[in-house]
Design a protein around this ligand. Structure first.
Ligand code: GLA
Length: 388
């Protein structure tokens, strides 16, 4: 938990006296189901969590953007420009990429001092980067009085990720971080951005996030490879019938057209997207009738499809999921986020949470030599200003 008084002291130490800075917060997110569907124009069902990024920000008159984070050693002082450029230090690119989006919309930023403090484990698939982007976008929107809607800010943050971080991500993370609602998941159509909040009534169950703590390695390039594979599948299918996004297709059409895809791997990638989309719709129905066992079964099927058809799990995520499913009363367990390491999410009866953490943790270490970390997720609100 970030100590706001300490953060304010740190801000004053870094940037000196002046007006009180404003305080903002953007959460991370956990995706319940609908993985690798967003950039295919499909459905997703994420929720915002209690962990996130705090940011203090103050306008200045010196024409400089000053960036610092209690989580990172590098600091930057960058002159305000008509166009900001990609920086060699990765984390600067999240705020800079967002500021560049404001520039492109004609909202010149002026000098600003920013200090971030995050408590989302980074690189764990819980959207720490979207959280930094969205807290910046929301705060700068406030400071510049640019009055952009959260949906617009999410699109700008996604563009920042594409252009400045080099990840061709979909809209899910930035949208969930922006639009999260306590106790609810966000059911989002990634083509139209139509969305509904769906109550997640966990009763005596808890949402447990388990982090593989596997180093991310080539995750970003493998992610972009999957995006490209889906575009290829789409191009083959579009030679048979009118289709703009894989997310538009149901199984009957896919079965009719799949032999247009010559490569078996590319066919499986498309099959995952289409089956996962159906599972999101079934999950929304299950949650609306408060049927956690049905939802859990869909979570399990989602993981299995990500393992077998989409091939983004790997031994660490598979081990966590296999061990989770052995704990009494666990209704479902799956990887969440991009995969290739990162986290799983499981629905666990409250009385079995200690047993879950002990046994899944122990058996994971025995099988992989790595130490997992566990978090009890609280489904929380999206980006907001806090009083300080
Ligand atoms: C990452 C991306 C999202 C989404 C997920 C996979 O989190 O940022 O846009 O594609 O992976 O569902």
């Amino acid at each position: 938990m970030t100590d706001i008084d300490n953060l304010k002291k740190e801000f004053a130490g870094l940037y000196g006296p002046g007006a009180d800075p404003l305080l903002f917060f953007a959460p991370g997110r956990v995706n319940l189901i609908g993985e690798h569907t967003d950039y295919n124009g499909g459905f997703v069902l994420p929720c915002a969590i209690q962990y996130g990024t705090y940011m203090l920000i103050r306008k200045t008159e010196d024409g400089m953007i000053k960036l610092a984070s209690v989580n990172e050693k590098e600091k930057a002082t960058i002159p305000v420009k008509e166009h900001f450029l990609k920086h060699e230090i990765l984390w600067f690119n999240y705020p800079l990429g967002v500021l560049e989006q404001f520039n492109r919309k004609g909202f010149a930023s002026g000098g600003m001092e920013l200090l971030f403090s995050g408590d989302i484990p980074s690189g764990a698939g819980l959207s720490s980067s979207a959280s930094i982007e969205m807290v910046t976008a929301f705060a700068v929107n406030h400071l510049l009085n640019s009055r952009l809607e959260i949906t617009e800010l999410a699109l700008m943050a996604q563009k920042a990720e594409h252009d400045f971080a080099g990840v061709n991500c979909g809209i899910m993370d930035q949208f969930a971080v922006g639009m999260g609602k306590a106790g609810h998941a966000i059911f989002l159509n990634c083509t139209t951005l139509d969305h509904k909040v769906i109550p997640v009534q966990l009763g005596r169950y808890r949402l447990i996030i388990a982090n593989t703590n596997k180093r991310r390695g080539l995750a970003d390039s493998k992610y972009n490879e999957r995006v490209a594979e889906c575009q290829l599948a789409l191009a083959f299918l579009a030679s048979r019938f009118e289709v703009k996004k894989l997310g538009e297709l149901g199984f009957p059409q896919f079965f009719k057209g799949q032999d247009a895809i010559p490569d078996e791997i590319i066919r499986r990638r498309a099959r995952h997207v289409i089956s996962e989309n159906q599972r999101v719709l079934a999950s929304v129905a299950a949650l609306l009738r408060n049927d956690l066992p049905a939802f859990g079964a869909l979570m399990n099927a989602s993981h299995d499809s990500l393992r077998d058809d989409y091939e983004v799990t790997g031994v660490e995520l598979d081990t966590l999921v296999n061990e989770a499913r052995k704990i009494p009363g666990v209704v479902g367990s799956r990887m969440t986020g991009a995969g290739f390491g990162g986290c799983t999410v499981s629905i666990v009866p409250e009385e079995h949470v200690p047993d879950f953490i002990e046994n899944v943790g122990k058996n994971y270490t025995l099988q992989t030599g790595l130490q997992a970390s566990f978090y009890i997720a609280e489904i929380s609100d999206g980006v907001r200003q806090l009083t300080n």
